[in-house]
Write a protein that binds this ligand. Structure first.
Ligand code: PHE
Length: 455
């Protein structure tokens, strides 16, 4: 596709909605709370916020700059901006990361559909924690049922990506994000007012710094990259669809604030309930699927809230999976000239295969281990703890050291039309702090073997 023809997001709100749609997803509502629960509550939150501010925001800006300057998919943008150099490999790494993320993400996204159906069937009311936990365990370890939902979810994703950037991605996110925000606030209010809920708020907001160690820091950093969709070319790909008139600085701030807000609000909805109900906060991936049905079961109008919540969670997941699929599809279509619909179909099949491995690793293949982990955990850890931070490191180095400084300023200021207040700070962060920070956090874990076997 020539540069002139390249499609772009229609409006300013559309840009924010699409990028926020990618960022806000299961990472905020499903993954963030359980990581926080496993890694010590408030202390994790503090480190997470630091990572978002000092590493996430500069990397997001870098990705937008690369994408909007390069006007191509993730590998193509690097190739155009650094012809004859090997930087495109960073883009390719992102394509691989997208595959692996989709490989476990669609499983959890499928779970949300199952829970929509359970909510519609009024399966939460009157049930206690133990029963809800058993329902989840039976379902998630089942051989076939999760596969059906996962397949349906993948078809939905492919359909939206097929409809294209403007019609599919932009329209579907614009209205649903604000709705999701509202329902999480309502849930938070309910949860905080449960008896004993204050304990949960203390767990969340009173950091116990003695709990910090190198794996807490690595997990918080990985979660920041995962939640903001960074380090794997997603924001490069979306950046290439952002019009030259859009203010990148505002977009970075808006997306980051919204994403962080939703993660924190989701935790406010979850932890007071966790403590009130006596659930173990370090429960793991099932945390949300046991806690929230419990809250709905004891909430006035809980039946309707539950349906609305799981529908919106599925939609939030969908706006993330479409961005993941778009990274791969844009790459294959632009670099190899294949037809879009064919690529979507082929990639979906490949992703379903990975999804099957992930889903089986929780049930019938629970004893199949690679580096001591099942496929689900392997795909999750390999991406959030290695590929995404390493990708983010290279992206920062590329912008900090390889791109021309004036060209960057030009891009960020829309050719001098808007003021770039923090340019020197930005350059400092991408040149020094982000690469050194990410590098140290990874090295701190002493080698890949140990890194991989992290829970
Ligand atoms: N940020 C998404 C979430 O939090 C996940 C994601 C990661 C999406 C990477 C795109 C790219 O759910």
């Amino acid at each position: 596709m020539s540069e002139k023809e390249r499609i772009s997001f229609g409006s300013k709100l559309g840009v924010v909605a699409a990028a926020a749609g990618s960022a806000v997803g299961l990472g905020n509502i499903w993954r963030f709370p359980y990581e926080l629960g496993q890694y010590g509550g408030g202390a994790f939150l503090v480190i997470y916020l630091l990572c978002v501010l000092l590493l996430g925001m500069p990397v997001m800006m870098s990705e937008f700059v690369i994408g909007r300057m390069g006007q191509a998919n993730t590998a193509g943008s690097f190739r155009k901006l650094a012809p004859g150099k090997k930087w495109w490999i960073v883009g390719l790494m992102g394509v691989l990361a997208s595959f692996l993320i989709l490989g476990f993400y669609i499983v959890v996204a499928g779970w949300t559909l199952e829970y929509v159906v359970q909510a519609v069937g009024d399966r939460f009311s009157g049930r206690e924690t133990a029963t809800l936990a058993k329902v989840f365990a039976d379902f998630s370890t089942d051989t076939f049922r999760p596969l059906l939902w996962m397949a349906l979810f993948t078809i939905l994703t492919g359909g939206v990506v097929y409809a294209g950037v403007k019609n599919g991605i932009e329209k579907s996110t614009k209205f649903l994000m604000p709705l999701l925000l509202l329902i999480i606030i309502a849930l938070g209010v309910r949860s905080v007012t449960l008896p004993g809920g204050a304990e949960g708020l203390r767990f969340l907001f009173q950091p116990d710094f003695s709990k910090i160690n190198s794996s807490v820091i690595l997990s918080a950093m990985g979660q920041a990259f995962f939640s903001l969709s960074l380090g794997m070319g997603c924001m490069i790909t979306y950046g290439s669809y952002i019009s030259k008139k859009n203010n990148l600085q505002h977009t970075v701030v808006e997306v980051t604030v919204l994403d962080t807000l939703i993660a924190v609000l989701a935790s406010i909805a979850i932890f007071p309930a966790v403590f009130s109900l006596g659930i173990n906060p370090a429960q793991g991936p099932e945390l949300v699927f046991i806690t929230l049905p419990n809250v709905f079961a004891h909430m006035p109008g809980g039946y309707f809230w539950a349906i609305l919540f799981f529908v919106l969670l599925a939609v939030a997941a969908l706006t993330s999976t479409i961005s993941l699929l778009e990274v791969i599809v844009a790459y294959v279509v632009e670099e190899f000239g294949f037809k879009r619909h064919r690529v979507i179909a082929l990639v979906s099949v490949a992703v379903l295969f990975l999804g099957l491995l992930s889903s089986f690793s929780l049930g019938i293949w629970s004893d199949v281990k690679i580096f001591g982990m099942g496929f689900f955990t392997l795909f999750d850890n390999a991406t959030s703890k290695i590929l995404m931070p390493v990708g983010g490191l290279f992206i920062a180095v590329f912008v900090g050291w390889s791109l021309d400084k004036n060209a960057i300023l030009n891009e960020m200021s829309n050719e001098g039309k808007i003021k770039v207040g923090y340019f020197r700070l930005f350059m400092f962060l991408v040149r020094y702090l982000a690469p050194i920070g990410i590098g140290l956090i990874i090295i701190n874990q002493l080698g890949f073997g140990k890194l991989l076997s992290l829970e």
